[in-house]
Design a binder for this molecule. Structure first.
Ligand code: F6P
Length: 343
C-alpha cells in the first residue's frame, strides 16, 4: 500500500488542518493510501520524526486553527543533516514513498529543489498573505481578512468616540492583499500597501479631508509599506528599515508622524499574529479540504514536482517551477480603483 508523509512548513495559517484531514480521508477512502505526519515541518523530514496520521487522528480537526503537525521555518538544506541522501534514507526506513509539503513560497522553492535532487514530493500552497503567484487564492487569507475587518470595525467605534485617527497595521510583507480587502470591507479612508508607495503629505491630506468632514480617519497599512521620502531621515533617528522588508513597525512609525503633521490625535494598532490564529472561516475550510483531496489524487498519479492550485472555481495542478520566485502582488489598477475614493 502506498504511504505518504505530510508536512506543514513556514508560518502557520488557518485551514492547515482541513488540508491534512482532506488528504487523509481522500487517501484512505478513495485511493487506499496510508499517511504519516512529519513533526515540525522540514525538521521532521530531515530527522525522520513522524507521527501516525490516520482517519481517527484527523477526526474533527478542520475547525481547529494551527496545524496538528507543528511547523517551523527550518529549511531542508540549512543543516548538515539536510541532504537528499539522508532524507531518502529516512523515507526508506519509515516506508514513506513520497512527501506532501504544505507551505508558502519558500516551502515550494525548497520542494522544487528536493524534487530536482530526486525526492518524490508534491505541494499544497499556503499563506494568509495570498501572495503566491500560481493560485488565485490561498486558504487562510479569508480568515485573516475577516479578523482584520473586525479590527477595523472595532477601531472605528473607539476612534469616533475620541475623534482620533486610527492606524491599523496588518500583515503582508511583499503584497498588500489583506490590507486591500480588510480596508475596503471596513471602509478605510486610506489603504497603504507595499506595491504602491505614498508620500506622508498624501496620507495626511486624506486624513485631514476626513477630519474636515467631521469624521474620524481610519488608515489600514500593510507591514511592508514604505514612505519613500523618509528613509534617510528616520534611519538617522534609529528607525531604520524603511527601505527593506521588515516584520511590523510601520503602523507605529506612521501614527506619530500623522499626529505631528495634522494635529489629529492618532493611535496605532499592530494586529500581528492574531490574524493568523484561531478558527478558520468556512471558506478556508472548504478550500483546504479541496486542496487536501486534490493532493491525494496527485500522489495517486505520482505527479511529483507539482502542486495543487485554485484557478477560478477549479482545482488544477501546477509545476513547482511555475509557482516559485514571483510574488502575486495587488494589481495597480485594483489599488488605483480603491484609491480614487480615499479621504
Ligand atoms: O505567513 C506570512 C506572514 O504572515 C507575513 O505576512 C509575516 O511577515 C510573517 O508571516 C510573520 O511570520 P512569523 O510568524 O515568523 O513572525
Amino acid at each position: 500500500m502506498a504511504r505518504f508523509g505530510i508536512l506543514t512548513s513556514g508560518g502557520d495559517c488557518p485551514g492547515l488542518n482541513a488540508v491534512i484531514r482532506g488528504t487523509v480521508l481522500q487517501g484512505e477512502m478513495v485511493h487506499g493510501q496510508e499517511f504519516v505526519g512529519y513533526r515540525g515541518g522540514f525538521r521532521g523530514l530531515v530527522y525522520g520524526d513522524v507521527m501516525p496520521l490516520e482517519r481517527s487522528v484527523v477526526r474533527g480537526i478542520s475547525q481547529q486553527g494551527g496545524t496538528i503537525l507543528g511547523t517551523s521555518r527550518f529549511g531542508p538544506y540549512t543543516e548538515p543533516d539536510g541532504t537528499p541522501d539522508n532524507i531518502l534514507a529516512h523515507m526508506r526506513r519509515l516506508d514513506v514513498d513520497a512527501v506532501i509539503a504544505i507551505g508558502g513560497d519558500g516551502t515550494m522553492a525548497a520542494a522544487n529543489r528536493l524534487r530536482e535532487d530526486g525526492v518524490p514530493i508534491v505541494g499544497v500552497p499556503k499563506t494568509i498573505d495570498n501572495d503566491l503567484v500560481a493560485t488565485d487564492y490561498t486558504f487562510g487569507f479569508n480568515t485573516a481578512v475577516e479578523i482584520a475587518t473586525e479590527a477595523v470595525d472595532r477601531l472605528r467605534t473607539t476612534g469616533n468616540s475620541h475623534q482620533r485617527c486610527m492606524v491599523l497595521e496588518v500583515m503582508g510583507r511583499h503584497a498588500g492583499w489583506i490590507a486591500m480587502y480588510a480596508g475596503t470591507a471596513g471602509g478605510a479612508h486610506a489603504i497603504l500597501i507595499p506595491e504602491q508607495s505614498e508620500s506622508l503629505d498624501q496620507v495626511c491630506e486624506w486624513v485631514e479631508s476626513v477630519r474636515d468632514r467631521g469624521r474620524s480617519p481610519m488608515v489600514v497599512v500593510a507591514e511592508g509599506f514604505t514612505l519613500p521620502e523618509m528613509g534617510e531621515a528616520y534611519s538617522d533617528r534609529g528607525l531604520d528599515g524603511f527601505n527593506r522588508p521588515r516584520l511590523g513597525g510601520i503602523g507605529e512609525i506612521l501614527a506619530p508622524l500623522i499626529e505631528e503633521r495634522t494635529g489629529i490625535e492618532t493611535r496605532a494598532t499592530v494586529l500581528g499574529h492574531i490574524q493568523r490564529g484561531g478558527v478558520p472561516s468556512a471558506w478556508d475550510r472548504v478550500l483546504g479540504t479541496r486542496f487536501g483531496q486534490a493532493v491525494s489524487d496527485l500522489v495517486a498519479d505520482e505527479a511529483w514536482g507539482q502542486m495543487v492550485a485554485l484557478r477560478g472555481m477549479d482545482i488544477v495542478r501546477v509545476p513547482f517551477a511555475d509557482a516559485v520566485g514571483h510574488t502575486k502582488t495587488v494589481p495597480l489598477d485594483h489599488y488605483r480603483g480603491a484609491r480614487a475614493i480615499f479621504g
